[in-house]
Design a protein around this ligand. Structure first.
Ligand SMILES: NC(=O)c1ccc[n+]([C@@H]2O[C@H](COP(=O)([O-])OP(=O)(O)OC[C@H]3O[C@@H](n4cnc5c(N)ncnc54)[C@H](OP(=O)(O)O)[C@@H]3O)[C@@H](O)[C@H]2O)c1
Length: 238
């Protein structure tokens, strides 16, 4: 059976690479973003596989747009939520923090809730959202980014508990990348930056296996473990 997938945030970066991978499988792929030109370029690589919906997750009615896309695809089995933003904000400019909260917290919540309710009614489905290793601890240079990713990690855990209790086969996958070579990878002293193609391949495998949590690339598990055990008195000096 042809699988129907929606990738929110497929115009660049990780979402774009995942869209390319899925378009080479037995799937129809709904792709979204604000940049119509990027989405059209992607569609041109495999026109029969892609359906485009252009919208800004922070200002448009996400539920309405997603519903339209599901109708075009003729079903919905998997949501991949890759839209995200975050700026280094050493001066704590509220405008920058607000933009991150609007997309990574408010829009994230609207989108995953809509998808969860759809899958709950349908009785089956999968949500895979791209959070971040950054969500494991706070950040002095990008406080709202790390905090928003912590929100996502915690929210997804909540949905996973809800899904388990519903006894329906609804799977919640939390993808936690370290650093990937997209526009999002900002700052100095970056290390273990993965090519986006490699990251997308690993993410694809994690999603296919319906894992609950996946670190990308795999060696970021080590950093995650370290972040979890470093005491506050050391962490705040780092
Ligand atoms: N790259 C990394 O090192 C890294 C590490 C950990 C986690 N992540 C997470 O991975 C996810 C994907 O990021 P990426 O690295 O692939 O960066 P990216 O290339 O900048 O992709 C971000 C995507 O989000 C979309 N987007 C941004 N603002 C939007 C808005 N207001 N409405 C709708 N779509 C919007 C963009 O599309 P348009 O601009 O066309 O709207 C684009 O498709 C993010 O959640 C990010 O936090 C990235």
């Amino acid at each position: 059976m042809v699988k129907k997938i929606i990738i929110v945030g497929a115009s660049s970066g990780i979402g774009h690479e995942l869209a390319k991978i899925y378009s080479n499988t037995n799937c129809l792929v709904g792709i979204t973003g604000r940049r119509i030109d990027k989405l059209e370029e992607l569609k041109a690589t495999n026109p029969s596989k892609f359906h485009i919906k252009t919208f800004d997750c922070t200002s448009d009615n996400n539920s309405e747009k997603l519903k339209e896309l599901v109708d075009e695809l003729g079903g919905f089995d998997l949501l991949i939520l890759s839209s995200g933003t975050g700026e280094l904000n050493p001066d704590l400019e509220y405008k920058l923090e607000q933009a991150t909260i609007d997309l990574n917290v408010s829009a994230f919540t609207e989108i995953v809730d809509w998808a969860y309710n759809f899958f709950d009614q349908q009785g089956v489905g999968q949500i895979a959202a791209i959070s971040s290793v950054g969500g494991l601890r706070g950040s002095g240079i990008a406080p709202s980014y790390n905090a928003s990713k912590a929100y996502q990690i915690n929210y997804l855990e909540g949905l996973r508990q809800k899904a388990k209790q519903s006894k329906k086969p609804i799977y919640i996958t939390d993808i936690r990348p370290g650093l990937v070579d997209t526009d999002m990878a900002k700052g100095e002293g970056l290390f273990w930056v993965s090519p986006k193609e490699k990251a997308a391949k690993q993410i694809y495998t994690i999603i296919q296996k319906k894992k609950e949590i996946g670190y990308v690339t795999k060696r970021w598990i080590l950093i995650a473990l370290l972040l979890k055990i470093i005491p506050n008195w050391i962490y705040k000096r780092m």
